[in-house]
Design a protein around this ligand. Structure first.
Ligand SMILES: C[S@@+](CC[C@H](N)C(=O)[O-])C[C@H]1O[C@@H](n2cnc3c(N)ncnc32)[C@H](O)[C@@H]1O
Length: 201
């Protein structure tokens, strides 16, 4: 049965409580400000994140991570190295001009042509400063999962990945540390069948 589960909490505390090999697809915008790195530095932070993603992922896990444009020169080599160690196929997509790194042991089929015409969310319509267009995440959901699969976004912000998952009958687990942003996700997604909200702090 398809489900939608929003968890308020720090993903580094919540993810270890989720079952191993339970996730088919991860779509996420990981934070890039040093202030969010828990004093670990980028390399260690992303290493820990990736280790947990791989534990949660099923054999055919696919991951899409955005890479911050201003910190691209620091973050891309770190992510490329981690993805290359973990997956047979690694690609860098550029959307408007946001770089998105993807990795999988299955073929990666989304191309620049598929996403280049997707418009960014206009500033005046944004409910979250880093909100992504639903159409962008829908491309990833459609290409890299099938009906009933489970999508994880551990930095879910306004809920874009949950809405994208819903459109294609995939389940979704979203984690968000900020209570205000959780309320946004609840507002958008609470009409979904089997939506649940829990606080894990
Ligand atoms: C770049 S935004 C995601 C935007 C989202 N893709 C959207 O379309 O709305 C990253 C989010 O991660 C959250 N965040 C940062 N560190 C976190 C952590 N350790 N655990 C869970 N959420 C976190 C922030 O509050 C922020 O809302």
């Amino acid at each position: 049965m398809v489900f939608y589960r929003l968890i308020k909490g720090d993903c580094f505390k919540v993810m270890p409580k989720l079952a191993s090999e339970s996730i088919d697809l991860i779509i996420s915008d990981p934070p890039t400000h040093l202030s969010h790195m828990m004093g670990l530095g980028y390399e260690e932070y992303y290493k820990r994140l990736m280790t947990e993603c791989l534990r949660l992922g099923k054999k055919d896990l696919t991951i899409y991570f955005t890479v911050s444009v201003p910190r691209y020169n620091i973050l891309y080599p770190i992510m490329k190295n981690l993805f290359s160690k973990s997956f047979e196929n690694v690609e860098l997509l550029r959307w408007s001009p946001q770089p998105i790194i993807c990795g999988s042991n299955q073929p990666l089929t989304v191309t620049l042509r598929d996403i280049k015409d997707i418009l960014a969310v206009p500033e005046k319509l944004k409910v979250h400063p880093a909100q992504r267009p639903i159409a962008l995440f829908q491309k990833f959901v459609y290409a890299s999962s099938v009906k009933g699969d489970v999508v994880l976004d551990m930095f879910i912000g306004s809920g874009t990945s949950m809405i994208a998952a819903y459109g294609f009958e995939r389940s979704c687990i979203g984690i968000e540390i900020d209570g205000g942003f959780c309320n946004l996700v609840k507002r958008f997604c609470s009409s979904f069948p089997n939506f649940s909200f829990e606080v894990n702090e």
